[in-house]
Design a binder for this molecule. Structure first.
Ligand code: 2HA
Ligand code: ZN
Length: 240
């Protein structure tokens, strides 16, 4: 089977397109990563190219040593992922120290993984441990109502959780642990990754004030559904 037709690649690209359709991804905003199963790796290995160099991740993720991730590329537009999956996305392998990665598939026109790779991988490490390996998907998007809410509400886990739970009956069921909220921070580096992964020990959703959402789940549907539910609930807020 061509890797492009593998179910995990198709689902990955579909999530990107769904996010684009819902206007969660202006320009190159947002990023997605998926930890491959052993079966995914076996299915894809015949197209892996291991000639590319090892590159520093910028953080340490020792528990992810030897694992593989499909990731969106830095500077790439979610609008293009469905039509140009191999140019806009790739599969990376984490080395045996958890400090470096190399591209083994995709990024055919010279691309590189998302600028938020340190945060994605630190979140994967936390969620893999917290869910006994069940969580495989980390998704970051820029949904407008969640961003707007972070200009209005105090930056507090408890207040955001209460407001989001109250505005839609489904919410306490969809995110029973609530949501974490971080104040504005410089994105794309280790510090925001450490802060986000601390919150991810408790929550499946972390809101970056004035920026967007990070969320975690077992499947593409569940993870995208979580972001969508939080955004829809944020849209239901009024100013009382
Ligand atoms: O442009 O969303 O947070 C990608 C991003 C950075
Ligand atoms: Zn972003």
């Amino acid at each position: 089977m061509k890797v492009l037709n593998a179910p995990f690649v198709q689902s990955f690209a579909k999530l990107c397109d769904d996010g684009w359709q819902l206007r969660f991804h202006e320009r190159n905003g947002g990023n997605l990563s998926y930890r491959l199963t052993d079966a995914d790796v076996e299915l894809a290995r015949h197209e892996f190219n291991t000639d590319r160099p090892w590159t520093e991740i910028g953080t340490d993720v020792p528990t992810l040593a030897g694992t593989y991730f499909m990731v969106t590329g830095t500077g790439q537009y979610f609008a293009n992922v469905l039509a140009k999956t191999m140019e806009t996305c790739g599969i990376i392998e984490i080395d045996e120290t958890g400090k470096r990665y190399r591209i083994v598939w995709g990024f055919t026109t010279g691309g590189r993984p998302t600028s938020e790779l340190p945060t994605h991988l630190m979140n994967h490490a936390v969620k893999m441990a917290a869910t006994n390996g069940a969580h495989r998907v980390i998704y970051h998007c820029h949904p407008v109502n969640v961003i707007a809410l972070s200009f209005i509400l105090p930056i507090s886990d408890a207040i955001f959780t209460k407001e989001l739970w109250e505005s839609m009956t489904e919410c306490p069921v969809v995110f029973p642990a609530g949501v974490g909220v971080l104040p504005w921070m410089v994105c794309g580096g280790r510090d925001i990754g450490v802060a986000t992964s601390e919150k991810m020990k408790k929550y499946d959703v972390v809101i970056w004030a004035h920026h967007g959402i990070f969320c975690s789940g077992s499947t593409f549907d569940e993870t995208f559904g979580l972001a969508h539910t939080v955004e829809k609930s944020a849209m239901g807020q009024d100013d009382d």
